[in-house]
Design a protein around this ligand. Structure first.
Ligand SMILES: Nc1ncnc2c1ncn2[C@@H]1O[C@H](COP(=O)(O)OP(=O)(O)OP(=O)(O)O)[C@@H](O)[C@H]1O
Ligand SMILES: [Mg+2]
Length: 334
């Protein structure tokens, strides 16, 4: 019988997800049994370990290890989380929703596809104006596919030194094979800007080339999501390396109404004149409409009202319009 220490070590290795340690402890138990003359038990334990190892290698299916703590070099490069937001919470045009649903469906059926020599879509580029749900989509994909979201910290990835950046990209793309997850490159224009842009310098071009090579070679089971507002700045070579490009747009009046009804579902909205709201919200993003809803809701709660009055919603939307910044965004470092 295994010792108490061995059983504890076995459990510890299992809970920490350390397969190598788990196998090593199991083999120690087998050796322990062999010294006591329990050869048949020792042999069957060794066989079980060997079969488990072969199984893991042949499926080549890395598990979605719960990494609350990326370790080593990866630690400063990605931030891991387990989002809880669902696709049903997003308000999207049908064509955009269709693209996201397709990806989720293919990911859920990835084994079936692979059995037929096909791979599911897993490299996507999200483009469009700020506040229309690109980052939110990455969270939704993680939730719907049961994967961790690994938010790539571009500022720590891109350094002044090409050699360092390439080495970091290497660690990152290796991690995609080892830990299946949704890897989000947000504000991707920082590396995706066109190689011939006037602000381009040799380093930036080499970083992009290096990224493109890693992206092309990557055959992990992770989902790679790149998001940007600056589609015009992106290099043509990038587009063909993604399985899909999803273009987000500002919400039209139908989507604005749905967004408001979702966001203010606990209030009475019977006084709201939707045609006027559509006009008041023209040009606003989903995020801005959502914030205007929150402004109106706060007002109603403080006034002890159950309903959101039409005028207060119009005012909240107009305020948000008035707040529109000139949208200064980070540009590619020269
Ligand atoms: N399609 C949507 N449906 C519902 N809510 C949305 C949608 N898009 C944005 N929101 C709301 O706006 C917030 C910000 O959205 P998000 O960060 O995903 O925008 P983004 O497109 O990534 O913007 P940016 O380009 O500035 O990074 C979300 O957390 C959510 O509250
Ligand atoms: Mg974003």
């Amino acid at each position: 019988m295994a010792t108490a220490e061995q059983i504890k070590a076995l459990l510890r290795s299992h809970t920490s997800g350390d397969d190598d340690l788990f196998r090593s402890v199991a083999l120690q138990i087998a050796a322990h049994e062999a010294t006591k003359g329990n050869d048949s038990l020792a042999n069957s334990l060794r066989e079980l370990v060997a079969t488990a190892k072969r199984g893991q290698q042949s499926t080549g299916s890395p598990r979605a290890v719960p990494i609350t703590r990326p370790v080593g070099e990866l630690a400063g490069m990605v931030q891991a989380s387990y989002p809880s937001i669902r696709l049903s919470e997003m308000v999207l045009a049908d064509s955009i929703r269709g693209g996201i649903e397709e990806l989720i469906h293919q990911q859920r059926q990835k084994d079936l596809l692979r059995n037929h020599g096909l791979s599911p879509k897993r490299k996507i580029l999200l483009v469009g104006p700020p506040g229309c749900g690109k980052t939110m989509t990455a969270s939704v994909l993680a939730k719907e596919c049961g994967l961790p979201l690994l938010f790539v910290q571009l500022h720590s990835l891109i350094t002044k030194y090409m050699g360092e950046t390439a080495a970091k990209l290497h660690v990152l793309f290796d991690s995609m094979c080892e830990t299946r997850g949704v890897y989000l490159f947000d504000e991707f224009d920082a590396i995706g800007a066109t190689r011939t842009a006037s602000n381009d310098v040799g380093e930036a071009r080499r970083i992009l080339n290096s990224f493109l090579q890693f992206l092309e070679r990557d055959d992990s089971e992770s989902i790679i999501v790149a998001a940007t507002n600056f589609v015009g700045m992106l290099d043509d070579a990038l587009f063909r390396r993604f399985d899909d490009v999803i273009t987000y747009e500002l919400p039209d009046k139908t989507l604005v109404r749905r967004l408001i009804e979702n966001r203010l579902s606990t209030f009475d909205l019977s006084s709201v004149k939707w045609a006027e709201i559509g006009l008041a919200a023209r040009g606003l993003s989903h995020a801005e409409v959502a914030r205007a809803c929150d402004d109106a809701a706060r007002g109603a709660v403080l006034a002890n009202e159950q309903s959101i009055l039409h005028d207060s919603l119009v005012k909240a939307l107009a305020n948000r319009s008035g707040m529109r910044p000139s949208r200064p965004r980070k540009k590619l470092k020269g």
